[in-house]
Design a protein around this ligand. Structure first.
Ligand code: 3UK
Length: 545
């Protein structure tokens, strides 16, 4: 099956074959045809098979059926091709908060055989222009309220030649252009290994990396974790906080519900209070959000009483056992934890609600293999911490980036996480390998100390990292956000230190404690441990050794 791409940029910039991971297609559901456009099974097939009137996308004031979404996507596809001159393989940047129109634009890009470059709404011109240059973006669809930064980016990245805005009432807006075209649109017959998505890593440092995903990859993630672990049904109502530019959100809030004909609620505001309100108002049954968000929502048990929630998924960061316990007490629901990565598109180690173990992420998702190895790539014994490596139907392909050789070695994807496997085969997260604190020769994982501190009643949020120390190399330092009503004084420092010493090996206790108002997070909600040290400037550190 030949590629449908006329613009061969993506194929030309795949990593060399020798640097790509090995791909596994053992599951029967992973036998993909050579010709595949993911818009067909995810969208068109539902309408064709009689499900056109079923609810698909819901948002404040909006209720689109599968047919409604198809019609919008088809009209936008016509605009892309006829008005904007998009040809298969062109990169089309998408910029907007989670909203049905953003999903319609995403499917339009799929249908025309182009490559979606999804971007976080909060990105500024500087970050956008870097991404435009890396992905050689020629076209964009943008929410009118977010145009300014994109226009500024365009001044330094003129390769971006055509930007159309939705939520734009003017004659040049996308809606007006859509009205001039008629559905249907004949979905382009892409090859299953044509790239359809460039997802930038939420990487905490350095130049962003674009991960390349094929039409086949999009369908592969729908066949692995959702049917084997999530097990949602067509009557479920999905909801959550991750932006669609974060593949956690794209999968959980668009691909997975649509793969089974379910509906999804897209909220543009997704802070814990907004989520709580949304859960009640729309009767959400399946929720996707991050550990800190579960912890914050659990602080409002009244708002969680009597909701329709039945499945709650946590990913993006390690789920502290304390947060898992708290959520169960408040809602009666056992969280489904899962580790995913932009490079692998979605979750590859997880456990469903009946197999969940406090402190463990779970076991490899059907379709994936995972190992914990030493520096020489040899699996370590049970209970020993080492480097996590995985392979499966999806895997890392960085667009034109040398860091490919760091992430993929010997056919395995090295996620950069330190893990151990217990006697029952459960994978336990330890830390990011570059986040391990070495103090007086001891290896200490920040997340383990955080997990202890989170159980103290005074602690709302915390982050633990290593800071340089002449004598010990590094010392453990805790950055603590206190709950209301607790004083940031030396007595509190002592209380927190004693609390840690009583719960885990005393050498792990934070020798320094700083009280801060907030913790630095990425726009995917991850704690940036390396940035914690910056907060020293506006916090008073108290040391007691
Ligand atoms: C960390 C976790 C412990 C881990 C993601 C679900 O987070 C996602 O992708 P990113 O590229 O980051 C990947 C890294 O994040 N991590 C994610 N989940 C967990 N650590 N427990 C977890 N449950 O360091 C991993 O290497 O931003 C998550 C689905 C899609 C995703 N892209």
């Amino acid at each position: 099956m030949p590629s449908a791409h006329i613009d061969t940029f993506a194929r030309d910039h795949l990593p060399p074959a020798a640097e790509q991971p090995e791909f596994l297609f053992d599951l029967p559901a992973l036998q993909f045809p050579e010709q595949l456009n993911c818009a067909t099974p995810l969208l068109d097939a539902h309408v064709q098979q009689g499900g056109g009137d079923r609810p698909c996308l819901i948002a404040p004031g909006i209720r689109w059926s599968y047919r409604d979404l198809q019609e919008k996507a088809d009209r936008i596809a016509h605009v892309l091709v006829s008005d904007m001159g998009v040809v298969p393989g062109n990169r089309v940047l998408l910029r907007g908060a989670n909203h049905p129109m953003l999903v319609a634009c995403w499917f339009a890009v799929m249908k025309v055989g182009a490559v979606a470059v999804t971007t976080m709404p909060m990105l500024r011109a500087k970050e956008l222009s870097t991404m435009i240059a890396i992905a050689q973006v020629t076209h964009a669809l943008c929410d009118a309220s977010l145009l300014e930064e994109l226009e500024a980016a365009r001044l330094v990245a003129p390769i971006l030649r055509d930007v159309r805005c939705y939520h734009d009432a003017s004659a040049s807006g996308l809606e007006a252009a859509m009205a001039r075209h008629d559905a249907p649109f004949d979905t382009v017959a892409t090859a299953s290994d044509d790239t359809c998505l460039l997802a930038f890593t939420s990487g905490t440092t350095g130049i962003p990396k674009a991960t390349m995903h094929f039409h086949r990859d999009v369908m592969a993630i729908c066949e692995c974790w959702p049917p084997h672990v999530l097990r949602a049904t067509a009557d479920d109502v999905f909801m959550g906080s991750p932006p669609l530019a974060f593949t956690f959100g794209l999968g959980g809030l668009v691909l997975f519900p649509m793969a089974i004909g379910a509906s999804t609620v897209l909220l543009d505001k997704v802070s814990p209070p907004h989520l709580l309100e949304g859960i009640r108002e729309y009767g959400a049954t399946v929720l996707f959000t991050a550990p800190t968000s579960y912890r914050a929502m659990a602080g409002n048990p009244d708002a969680l009483r009597g909701t329709a929630l039945r499945k709650c998924v946590s990913a993006g960061e390690a789920l502290p056992a304390a947060t898992r316990a708290l959520w169960r007490v408040v809602t009666g629901i056992e969280l489904i934890d899962g580790i995913g990565a932009t490079e692998l598109l979605h979750i590859f180690i997880s456990a469903d609600e009946t197999h969940a173990r406090p402190g463990a992420t779970g076991v490899p998702v059907p379709g994936y293999r995972a190992e914990v190895v030493d520096d020489a790539g040899v699996p370590v014994p049970v209970g020993t911490i080492g480097k996590l490596r995985v392979k499966g139907p999806t895997g890392c392909r960085y667009l034109r980036d040398e860091r490919q050789r760091t992430y993929v070695r010997d056919g395995w994807n090295y996620t950069g996480d330190a893990y151990l496997i217990d006697a029952d085969g459960y994978f336990h997260y330890h830390a990011r390998t570059d986040d391990i604190i070495i103090s007086s020769g001891y290896n200490i994982a920040g997340p383990e100390v955080e997990n202890v501190l989170l159980q103290h009643p005074a602690v709302a949020e915390c982050g633990v990292t290593g800071v340089p120390d002449d004598e010990r190399g590094q010392i453990v330092k805790a950055y603590v956000v206190l709950r209301e009503g607790y004083a940031p004084d030396t007595a509190m420092v002592k209380a927190l230190q004693d609390y840690v010493k009583q719960s885990v090996a005393p050498y792990k206790y934070p020798r320094a404690v700083a009280f801060v108002a907030t913790l630095p997070r990425t726009n995917t909600g991850k704690l940036q441990r390396f940035r914690l040290r910056d907060s020293d400037r506006d916090a008073e550190t108290m040391e007691t050794t």
